[in-house]
Ligand binder design. Structure first.
Ligand SMILES: [Mg+2]
Length: 253
């Protein structure tokens, strides 16, 4: 992985010529990570920069949050969105959500109930129902309980392993979705089909589910927040604040 900041002059030269399609994750990229996921928000400075970028090129926010949740947190009408890791989207005229089978819905519901049952034994664990997928947040859990909780969660996850994908993300969260569910990689492919073909595709993410997006852009510009061995991203930035710097450079290109 190379330092993205060192590559910026070359990137800006390409963008000046062909424009950009900038795709970003929300939590940990546009908004600082916080203990209470429902309190995550973009700083006014970041929103200002993002709005300025949206006047220069196409912006797509691709999040694990539900579409309505991420849209209201970003709050910019000029931006395109995908939610639920790509299972819901609103990109210009392309608007829709994944059609799921009854059997898949039933399994997801069964797993959600099993995690709700488990969460009753850990008072600060929150199961967030996002309809097409769900998340189990355990950021607020006392440190001494985390190892035991993970063990218990793994036991629950094992029962659904054949049909559900259960991935642990940054900052103590499990993201649970059907194996057949769309990913952030699908959202990237859709955004590329909907945006001008020449635009330089850029994706910035910070977490495991963003790896699907990096994998879908093997020849694009892929940036991971935080250097991470084994990431499919070509570049990294050290901190979330560096994302604001990239936004300001793109806004002024
Ligand atoms: Mg993230």
């Amino acid at each position: 992985m190379d330092d993205a900041m060192k590559q910026m002059p070359a990137l800006l030269a390409r963008v000046r010529k062909d424009g950009f399609l900038l795709m970003l994750d929300f939590d940990g990229v546009l908004a600082p990570l916080v203990v209470r996921h429902d309190r995550a928000r973009m700083l006014p400075h970041t929103r200002h920069l993002l709005a300025a970028c949206a006047r220069r090129g196409r912006i797509v926010v691709i999040s694990g949050r539900s579409l309505s949740d991420v849209r209201s947190r970003v709050g910019l009408a000029s931006v395109w969105y995908a939610g639920n890791h790509g299972a819901e989207w609103r990109m210009g005229k392309a608007r829709g959500r994944e059609k799921t089978s009854r059997a898949a819905d039933a399994k997801l519901r069964e797993a959600r109930n099993a995690f709700i049952e488990l969460s009753r034994r850990y008072s600060s664990v929150i199961v967030e129902d996002k309809k097409l997928t769900f998340s189990v947040h355990f950021r607020s859990l006392a440190r001494s309980l985390v190892t035991q909780f993970r063990k218990d969660a793994e036991r629950v996850a094992k029962r659904f392993r054949r049909v559900l994908d259960i991935a642990e993300g940054n900052e103590h969260i499990f993201n649970i979705r059907s194996h057949t569910s769309r990913t952030k990689g699908d959202a990237v492919r859709l955004a590329r089909r909907c945006a001008p073909t020449k635009a330089v595709p850029i994706y910035i993410g910070d977490d495991m589910t963003d790896e699907d997006a990096f994998g879908a852009l093997l020849r694009g510009i892929t940036i991971r927040v935080g250097k991470h061995r084994g990431s499919a991203a070509h570049l990294f930035v050290r901190t979330r604040e560096d994302v604001d710097t990239i936004l300001s450079l793109l806004a002024d290109h």
